[in-house]
Design a protein around this ligand. Sequence first.
Ligand code: HEM
Length: 490
Amino acid sequence: MSDVVLVDLLVVALAFLAFSTLYSRGKQKQLPFPPGPKRLPVVGNLFDMPAGSDWITYTRWGKLYGSDVLHVDVVGMHVVVLNSVKAANELLEKRSSVYSDRPAMKAFTTLISIDWSAALEPYGTRWRGWRKSFHENLHPAAASEYHPLEVKAARVLLRNLLEAPEGFYEHLRHMTGRIILSVAYGIDAKESDDYFISLAKQALDIVATATEKGRLLNLIPALIHFPSWFPGVGFKKEAASWARSMKAIVDEPYAAARKLMNNGDATPCVASTMISKLDGVTPEGESHVKAVTAEMCLGKDQTASALQSFVLAMVLYPEAQQKAQEEIDAASLPYLSALCQEVLRWHPVAPLGIPHRLTSDDVYDGHFLPAGSTVIANAWAMLHDETLFPEPEKFKPERFLGPMTKCPDAAFGFGRRTCPGRFMARSSLWIGVASILAAFKISPKLDEHGQPILPEEKFDTGLIAFPAPFPCDIHPRTRNAEKLVRDSLI
Ligand code: HEM
């Protein structure tokens, strides 16, 4: 947490001192909370909260307090962290009827006009309607219908890599953007500098910034009524322009899709499928379709982040790259699938997932979990558990050869909120990885002495952990590979 946010939190914490103390005393029950750092009166663990890469701190605390379930209290707000697949399965899966809500964010989502997001929506009727549509359009058989679009986007990616390999970081984002635009709206994006792709990127950047800056507002929604000079709500000044961008991502690609449909130029896509099932195109029906398709745009960067981690892994682990390429050449691909699985494990894209909310008091392993707790599934801790994944910091695809028994889906969340885009995400990742490895060799850049420059494993600390930009060389494996890439788009 940044210093500014910390100071803001402190000021407001003191202002709410009386309320907070009463609140936590009233809720205290006989059983202890799960272990965690010692709490101070009123502010609780406010000053223990990590300043970034929270998942690493939570993993360390799990070891320190000898528990896979932790409890922290931030100014009266209870946070429960689940560090093991066992606890996540027990609570988020088996008791999903009370663990599927999201922490209340109404003030925040309204302020930045993202009240159409299924991922942030409380558990209830509106969320169920969206979830049903995600399922209908993204279940495994539906997702397999999109493979040709993913292959087409991969071809554009290869050409972009051939022509400007140093721009690989953005080319990967462009590929996943192309896929989502074609799948969701039937839009054939430009091969570079596409307006809708930049719109989606802008929306995602806003969600990342606003979620961080809006932490306090989510804690104390009444702050929405305070002026922007008040500590912790300074971001209200930016909120209007953020709201405009969030509205644009909902309206503009949808309007383009409608135009294609009206002109008879539409290719089958989620928007056209959903509209064809409407009983007349009403404003409510359109809002529903817009919400589902705009949410898909927000899902695009997770896959891009996984592809960027893949490139980093190839720079750092040349033996894995060589093995995968030998397999591709021999047209037998179990190692390649294991490699994609390892990409999602090595540096999980969303290390803490999206927080859930517990809706009634619960007891687990002799500990009291109060209603209203924010529940965090620490996918990082689960996927770096030494007992399941020896030497977890190493990139070793072979650990996934054989039956997939080791929590393969922890990277996609748990229970009724599990990522509905996971089948499409996996196929986009696989197609991207296979295409790149078939055509290119990825290697470290060399310094002036001819020594390889090995990039650090540095990742963002937000909701999505993108690898920090790093240098590498990407060049065609053979002349023939180069020719195939050039010819593939003609
Ligand atoms: C590698 C790529 C991806 C990863 C690692 C990923 C991961 C996640 C995670 C961890 C969650 C939270 C689950 C929970 O609350 O327990 C989530 C939610 C979600 N994801 Fe993904 N995701 C990816 C790609 C996608 C794509 C491509 C789409 C859409 C096409 C998508 C759509 C969604 C939606 C709509 C939700 C909200 C579900 C809800 O709240 O009910 N995701 N994702």
